[in-house]
Design a protein around this ligand. Structure first.
Ligand code: UD1
Length: 417
């Protein structure tokens, strides 16, 4: 098992082009099952979650080939209808194949997905959505079976779940009738999924708002899409600069997708200038950050739960106390023990973390227990005195494409061995 060795205390300087968004490419990969023509996905990040999705596509009979940073998926020969437990458990997003399988094959047998490190992650909203579109969905002996071609309907989500919204959109495009999704999630990745489906000849409106309308039954063709920049990777990079100090230009990300994070760092004393597809960011080395007003994670356009951990790591050395209230996942503080081992003063009460800023962190041996928590430990290590040995890199590799190269190019002393 490799380990990341990070010597902290070096300011970050320079420019970095952000990778394509994991959360955008995963539903798009599942959506490739909806067409028998090839789809080219440019700016596709090389992540273990992407490999897991490619493995599922191969297993179902699709062909996937890399051409540089473009992944070409040809699902003409896809005929599989079931996904085994090993593949389902490889990542949480495996459940996103349910909707496209139901739409294309009229049947699907899956097990429950993996990825439970943030607390219970039920899929009831996914299953209810498919039922509302006319599929017969049953759960027995650890298997989920879905029978019957979807006919469309009204999907009213009890919570704006990202995955359930995407599953419903993917299923509805292949349904015989029309579908309306009410209380849909509004994340930028959902807007890109709509763009993708329309590019292939689907008829989808309203993504970005709370009501999405899908006219089902149009034959989809092939196409070419470029994956949008990953706002959470950008938030992690900026957290690194906020923690270690320095000045960077982040390219390839839309600042509007990150406005709550940028606003927070500005309140804490960082300087931000946003361009069309770039963000200039500075935290002076001689000016520590100030604590910020309480942060409460919320569905988009609220403060992203995925940014909570890396941003918290930056506030570990801010002057004063910053409170992080986690409302989306009940156990999303897996990074706190590692931050404490590096000298952070953090106490947990219910769904909240009280971060009392300390004058500095020190290196330690720490282990990532989830993806964004791993990003947070790397951020903390960048500002810590001495060496941090970060293990559990398999979590980090699910969503960060060469994290050590990103920070290393900006001057950090960071190596994977
Ligand atoms: C997606 C993102 C993940 C992000 C999360 C919230 C992808 C691949 N992953 O995950 O990075 O942290 O959105 O922004 O896009 N819930 C239910 N029943 C369901 C589904 C969800 O109760 O059927 C609950 C979850 O337990 C959680 C909340 O709804 O408390 C939000 O989950 P959801 O929006 O579905 O997150 P994911 O799609 O899993």
């Amino acid at each position: 098992m490799s380990v990341m060795y990070i010597q902290g205390g070096v300011p970050l300087e320079g420019e970095w082009q952000v990778q394509g968004a994991k959360n955008s490419v995963l539903p798009i990969l599942a959506g490739c099952l909806l067409t028998r023509e090839p789809v080219a996905i440019a700016n596709c990040p090389r992540l273990s979650d992407v490999e897991a999705a490619v493995d599922i596509l191969h297993h179902l009979g699709a062909r996937c080939t890399w051409e540089g940073d473009t992944l070409v998926v040809d699902a003409a020969g896809a005929c599989g209808t079931s996904i085994d437990e090993g593949r389902m458990r490889a990542m949480r997003s495996s459940i996103i194949f349910l909707g496209p399988l139901a739409a294309r094959m009229g049947e699907a047998t899956l097990t429950y997905p993996g990825g439970c490190e943030l607390g219970p992650r039920p899929i009831d909203l996914h299953l209810a959505a498919l039922r509302e579109m006319g599929c017969r969905v049953e759960e027995a002996d650890g298997l989920i079976t879905c029978m019957g071609k979807p006919r469309g309907g009204v999907v009213s989500l009890a919570f704006p779940s990202v995955g359930a919204t995407e599953n419903a959109m993917l299923c509805a495009v292949g349904a015989r009738g029309d579908t309306t999704i009410v209380n849909a999630a509004r994340e930028p990745e959902i807007v890109q999924l709509q763009e993708f489906l329309n590019l292939l000849g689907g008829k989808v409106w309203g993504a970005g708002g709370s009501v999405i309308t899908i006219q089902g039954g149009h034959q989809l063709h092939g196409g070419h899409i470029s994956i949008l920049g990953d706002r959470i990777v950008a938030a992690t990079l900026l957290s690194g600069v906020a923690a270690a100090g320095g000045e960077v230009q982040v390219q390839g990300v839309d600042w509007r997708h990150l406005s709550t994070v940028l606003q927070l760092f500005e309140q804490a004393g960082c300087r931000v200038r946003s361009g069309t597809r770039s963000i200039w960011f500075r935290r002076r080395r001689d000016t520590p950050m100030r604590a910020a007003p309480p942060i409460r994670t919320a569905p988009y356009p609220g403060f992203p739960t995925d940014a909570q951990a890396p941003v918290m790591a930056a506030f570990a050395t801010a002057r004063g106390t910053t409170i992080f209230q986690e409302t989306i996942f009940s156990r999303r503080f897996g990074h706190v023990p590692g931050l404490r081992a590096m000298g952070a003063d953090i106490s947990l009460h219910g769904g909240g973390a009280w971060v009392r800023g300390v004058s500095g962190l020190h290196g330690a041996q720490v282990t990532a227990t989830d993806l964004r928590g791993g990003g947070a430990l790397a951020v903390a290590a960048l500002s810590a005195q001495g060496e941090t040995q970060l293990s559990g890199l398999e979590h980090i590799d699910r969503g960060y494409e060469r994290l050590e190269e990103m920070f290393g190019r900006l001057g950090a002393q960071i190596q994977r061995r």
